[in-house]
Design a protein around this ligand. Structure first.
Ligand code: ADP
Ligand code: ZN
Length: 728
C-alpha cells in the first residue's frame, strides 16, 4: 500500500485517498474479485488505475463508449502513464503503434470496447501476454436490469475463463441490488468483495423553483453562472431547439444536442462543449453518457424529469471535480401531464403503472419542503442521518414567519368543491379572481358564490397556496389529469374550521443569497488569477487538441489561485499536480502566477489607477456580505442563537455562514462555538484526529468513523474550530 500511496502522490498528484479507495485498491492487489459501486465523480478510475501500475502484467479495461475511452487514455497519457486503446476507429498507423505497445508489455492498461474481444487479432494478441486484471467499466451494461444493457457485454464472462489468474473488477454507478447481482453472475466473479460508497454528492447544490416564466428564470440563472459550463435539460427536441435559438439571441454561448440532429452535428457540439469552446449544452436526456468533463458547474432542468433515477443521473454530471455545482429544477404541474401523456402511450400495463409510480416520486421530491438531499438519498435506500444538509434550498430557506391562511384555504377548497373537483389549478384560480373567460361563462361558474372572492391575492400567490395545501394534504392533485380534488383533511378545514398555517410570499432563487458552503469543497481564491490560469489552460489545450480539464481540472486551478505557489515544490503540493504534469506544464503556470503576484505587489506599493488589494476585490466579488456581518457580530459578542433570531434563519444556516467566514482566513471567537457543542471537551481531539485522517470535505464519513456518536451540528462546529486552529 505504501507503493499505492506513492503513485497517488507522484503520478496523480493527490494527497490522500478518498473514502473506500484504499480498501478497494488493497483488495484488487490481493487479487480478490471486486465490485465497486460509487456515484459519478466518486473516484472510481483510480481504484483500478493504481493497481494497474503496480501489477507486472496488463490490465484490460472494457468500456462501452469510444469517447469515454479516449478521454481516459488521454488523461493517463497526461499523467505519463502508458495506456493504449484498440478500436476500429483508429488510423492504421496508430492502431499498429498501440498494438505493439501492448505486445511488448510497455502499455500497462489496454482500453477496449466489448465487441473487440471477439476479434481474432485481439484474442491472439492477448494469448501472448500476461493479463493481471480485467476491469469492466459501466458494468451495469452487462445486466438486463441496467438502463443501458449491451449484448456484447455478455461475452465478458468467457473472457474471464481465458485468464484464470487475472482479478476481475466491475465498476458502476448503478446501485440497485438486482443489477449488482446480475453483474456478479454474468462476469463469473468469484466470491467478490462489494464496496458501496454513499450516493450523497455533497458538492451539488439542490434547488427547485416553481416554473413561472421559464425563459426569464433561465436567463437569471445563467447570468449568475457567467463564464461557466453547464447543461440545460429539456423534455422535447422542439423545446431544445427553440430555447437554443432564444438563448443564443441573448448572447449566450449555447449548442443543441438531441436525437434529431445528425451524428456529425451532435459530435461537433459535444466536442465544442468538452473543449470549453461552448459553454452551455441544451439537451434532451440523450446527452451526457459519453462525457467525463469534470468542470460542469450547473445543471438546469427546464422541464420535470420522468423519475428520480434520471434526475439523479443528470445532476450527477455536474461537479465531478468536487467543486460546488448548482442544480436547479423548474417545476410546473403542466409538465406532469406532458409526461403522463407519454406514459399513456405505453402498451404494457405493468410498465405504465411503474412509470407512473416513478413520476409520482419525482413530483413528491419537487413538492417537498424538507431537506432535498434527505429525500433523494433515502429514495436510493440509503439512510441519510442529518435533517440539515446545508446545500439545498429547503435547508437554507429563511424561516419565514408562518401566518394563519385558513381563510384563503377555505376559499380555495370550496371553489374546488363547487366546481366539481374536475378542474386544474389555473382554472380554479381564475374563478377565485373573477376572470371573465369564455370557459368560465360556458360553465356558468360566474354565478357561483365563490366567483371573484379571492382578489386580495394575485395569481402567483394563489399558486403558492395550492402548493402548500398539497404538501399539507388538505388538497390533492390528480396526477393523470391535473385536476384538484379534496381529501379527508379538507373537510376538517371546511367544516371544523381547522386552522391552516403557511406562508404568504413565494420562495425566491437561493443561489444569489448563499453562494458558498465549506461542504462544497470550495475555498476562497483570487478570481482574477483563476481567469488568467483558465485562459492559459485553454491556450495549451487548443495547441494540443485536448480538452482543457485534462491538463488540470478547475479544482487544481482554484487551489493555485488560493495558495499562489511560487516555485516547483509548492506547486507539487497542489492537489492534481503530479510529477509528469509538473514537468509538462509547471513552468508555464508558475510564470502566470508569479507575473500576477508581482503586478499586484507593485500596485500596492505604487498606488496608481488600480489600487485595490486582492482581498478587497474578493470581497467585492461576493455581493452578498451577510456572512461577514454575521462573523463580525459573533466576534463582537453575539451568540449563534441570537444571530439566528436576528437574521430569522435556522441555526445551521448561521453555522454555514460562519464556515464561510473562517474559510476566508478570518479568526473567530471560539467560545461562541464551544458554548453550543454538547460533546465534552476532552473528546474534541478524537474528532480532530478524524479530520486529519479523512479530510474535512465529508462530514458523513467522519460521522460514521466516530460510530455515529457525534451529532452533525457538533461536527460542523468542530470543523470550524479545527480549520481556524490547525495553522496556529
Ligand atoms: P468516476 O469514474 O467515479 O465518475 P473519476 O474517477 O472520474 O470518477 O473521479 C472524479 C474526479 O475526482 C477526477 O477528477 C479524479 O481525478 C478525482 N479524484 C479521484 N480520486 C481522488 C483523490 N483521492 N483525491 C483527489 N481527487 C481525486
Ligand atoms: Zn438540505
Amino acid at each position: 500500500m505504501k507503493q499505492a500511496h506513492k503513485i497517488l502522490k507522484e503520478v496523480f498528484g493527490y494527497e490522500s485517498f478518498r473514502y473506500l479507495q484504499k480498501e478497494i485498491i488493497q483488495n484488487i492487489l490481493n487479487k480478490n474479485d471486486t465490485l465497486v459501486i460509487m456515484p459519478t465523480g466518486g473516484g472510481k478510475s483510480i481504484c483500478y488505475q493504481i493497481p494497474a501500475l503496480l501489477f507486472d502484467g496488463l490490465t484490460i479495461v472494457i468500456s462501452p463508449l469510444i469517447s469515454l475511452m479516449r478521454d481516459q487514455v488521454e488523461q493517463l497519457r497526461q499523467l505519463g502513464v502508458n495506456a493504449a486503446l484498440l478500436n476500429s476507429s483508429l488510423s492504421q498507423d496508430i492502431y499498429r503503434i498501440n498494438y505493439e505497445n501492448v505486445k511488448t508489455g510497455k502499455a500497462k492498461l489496454l482500453y477496449m470496447a466489448p465487441e473487440s474481444l471477439a476479434k481474432e487479432e485481439i484474442t491472439s494478441l492477448l494469448k501472448t501476454i500476461t493479463v493481471d486484471c480485467i476491469t469492466v467499466d459501466e458494468a451495469h451494461c452487462i445486466s438486463e436490469w441496467g438502463h443501458d444493457f449491451r449484448k456484447d457485454y455478455r461475452q465478458l464472462g468467457n473472457l474471464r475463463k481465458n485468464f484464470p489468474s487475472a482479478v476481475c473488477v466491475g465498476l458502476t454507478a448503478t446501485a440497485t441490488p438486482r443489477v449488482r447481482d446480475d453483474v456478479i453472475v454474468n462476469l463469473n466473479m468469484v466470491q467478490p468483495q462489494k464496496f458501496v460508497a454513499s450516493f450523497n454528492r455533497e458538492n451539488l447544490f439542490l434547488q427547485v423553483l416553481p416554473k413561472r416564466d421559464a425563459f426569464e428564470q433561465t436567463v437569471d440563472f445563467l447570468k449568475e453562472h457567467k463564464n461557466q459550463s453547464g447543461i440545460i435539460y429539456c423534455f422535447s427536441r422542439k423545446q431544445v431547439d427553440s430555447l437554443n435559438d432564444d438563448l443564443s439571441h441573448q448572447g449566450f454561448s449555447t449548442r443543441p444536442y438531441h436525437a434529431g440532429l445528425s451524428d456529425e452535428e451532435r459530435n461537433r457540439n459535444q466536442d465544442l462543449f468538452i473543449k470549453d469552446e461552448v459553454q452551455i449544452i441544451i439537451a434532451t436526456i440523450a446527452f451526457g453518457m459519453g462525457i467525463n468533463k469534470s468542470n460542469v458547474r450547473f445543471v438546469l432542468h427546464y422541464d420535470l424529469p420522468k423519475n428520480i433515477e434520471s434526475y439523479y443521473q443528470e445532476i450527477g454530471r455536474s461537479g465531478r471535480d468536487g467543486l460546488r455545482a448548482d442544480c436547479l429544477l423548474l417545476f410546473s404541474y403542466a409538465d406532469i401531464s406532458k409526461i403522463n401523456y407519454f406514459i399513456d402511450q405505453k402498451e404494457n400495463e405493468l410498465e405504465m403503472i411503474s412509470a407512473k409510480a416513478h413520476l409520482n416520486s419525482m413530483v413528491k421530491y419537487a413538492e417537498s419542503d424538507i431537506c432535498r438531499r434527505n429525500t433523494l438519498i433515502n429514495y436510493f435506500g440509503e439512510t441519510y442521518q442529518t435533517e440539515y444538509c446545508g446545500m439545498c434550498d429547503n435547508c437554507l430557506a429563511e424561516e419565514k414567519e408562518m401566518v394563519d391562511i385558513t381563510i384563503p384555504a377555505q376559499k380555495l377548497l370550496s371553489t374546488v368543491k363547487r366546481t366539481g373537483e374536475i378542474f386544474g389549478a389555473n382554472y380554479i384560480i381564475d374563478v377565485l379572481l373573477g376572470e371573465e373567460s369564455d370557459r368560465i361563462f360556458s360553465n356558468g361558474h360566474q354565478k357561483l358564490p365563490v366567483y371573484a372572492i379571492g382578489s386580495e391575492f394575485d395569481k402567483k400567490q394563489w399558486h403558492t397556496f395550492v402548493n402548500q395545501f398539497i404538501r399539507k394534504e388538505i388538497l390533492t392533485r390528480d396526477l393523470e389529469f391535473g385536476s384538484l380534488k379534496l381529501t379527508k383533511k379538507s373537510y376538517d378545514v371546511l367544516l371544523k374550521k381547522d386552522k391552516v398555517l403557511g406562508f404568504i410570499k413565494e420562495p425566491g432563487p437561493i443561489t444569489k443569497k448563499v453562494k458558498f458552503s465549506a461542504k462544497s469543497g470550495d475555498q476562497a481564491y483570487d478570481n482574477e488569477l483563476f481567469e488568467l490560469l483558465r485562459k492559459k489552460r485553454k491556450e495549451i489545450a487548443e495547441e494540443n487538441g485536448i480538452p482543457p480539464y485534462v491538463i488540470f481540472n478547475d479544482k487544481t486551478l482554484t487551489q493555485m489561485a488560493a495558495k499562489l505557489p511560487q516555485n516547483e515544490s509548492s506547486l507539487l503540493g497542489i492537489s492534481g499536480v503530479g510529477i509528469n504534469k509538473l514537468e509538462s506544464y509547471g513552468n508555464i503556470f508558475l510564470s502566470v502566477i508569479k507575473k500576477y503576484c508581482s503586478q499586484k505587489r507593485s500596485q500596492i506599493f505604487h498606488p496608481g489607477k488600480k489600487t485595490e488589494s486582492i482581498s478587497r476585490q474578493r470581497l467585492k466579488a461576493n455581493s452578498d456580505l451577510r456572512y461577514t456581518l454575521i462573523g463580525e457580530s459573533l466576534n463582537n459578542g453575539a451568540s449563534i442563537e441570537e444571530l439566528a433570531k436576528e437574521y430569522k434563519v435556522k441555526l445551521p444556516t448561521i453555522i454555514s455562514h460562519l464556515e464561510r467566514y473562517v474559510n476566508e482566513g478570518k479568526k473567530i471567537r471560539i467560545e461562541a462555538l464551544t458554548q453550543r457543542i454538547s460533546l465534552p471537551k476532552e473528546k474534541y481531539a478524537k474528532v480532530f484526529d478524524a479530520f486529519k485522517a479523512e479530510g474535512m470535505s465529508s462530514l458523513s464519513i467522519i460521522h460514521e468513523k466516530l460510530g455515529n456518536e457525534v451529532s452533525y451540528e457538533d461536527l460542523h462546529l468542530l470543523r470550524i474550530i479545527f480549520s481556524v486552529t490547525r495553522d496556529i
